[in-house]
Design a protein around this ligand. Structure first.
Ligand code: MD6
Ligand code: FE
Length: 158
């Protein structure tokens, strides 16, 4: 993966050679808890998510230069009734979204700075990825590139 990641919230999505992909409460190198999810993002979730519990993870991805993300499903969460809400900031990305099988047809969408998408219902498990980021398409970040924030519910509430 060519994307740089960090997290906010009680749980963060991490990977390393030993443990593979997982959610955990602390940064794998520093051992410290993740910072809180900002209220503005909790409010956005409350407004857009048709789901009665708050998000637990905000995955923060940074795409510099030639970074991209291969087609994948987001399925490490326990409750697929909860949506994944994505916020794009900075340079425009070419987002590809398909069906719930890897082989299904896909279509492309341009995600511009400030765009918010909600993956819910049948789309919650749709394959998706980032083909590329278009350089110098936004003036938001002095250093260029793109941030994508995804809000997720990780555990199933009782
Ligand atoms: C990105 N987004 O926009 C990558 N996942 O950089 C995702 O992988 C994603 O946009 C789940 C739901 C919405 C997304
Ligand atoms: Fe994803």
């Amino acid at each position: 993966m060519s994307v740089r990641m960090t997290n906010a919230g009680p749980l963060g999505w991490v990977t390393d050679k030993e443990g593979g992909y997982r959610y955990q409460a602390t940064h794998p190198e520093s051992g410290r808890p993740w910072p809180d999810i900002p209220d503005s993002l909790l409010n956005l979730w409350a407004k857009l998510a048709d789901y009665p519990h708050p998000p637990e993870a905000c995955l923060i991805n940074y795409y510099g230069g030639a970074a991209k993300m291969g087609l994948h499903q987001d399925r490490d969460e326990e409750d697929f009734a909860a949506p994944v809400i994505s916020i794009s900031l900075g340079d425009t990305a070419i987002f590809r979204i398909g069906a719930t099988t890897r082989k299904g047809p896909t279509r492309k969408l341009e995600l511009r700075s400030g765009d918010v998408i909600v993956l819910e219902g049948a789309d919650r498990l749709a394959y998706h990825g980032i083909d590329r980021v278009l350089p110098e398409t936004s003036e938001l970040l002095e250093e260029g590139g793109r941030f994508n924030l995804t809000l997720r519910r990780v555990t199933k509430p009782n």
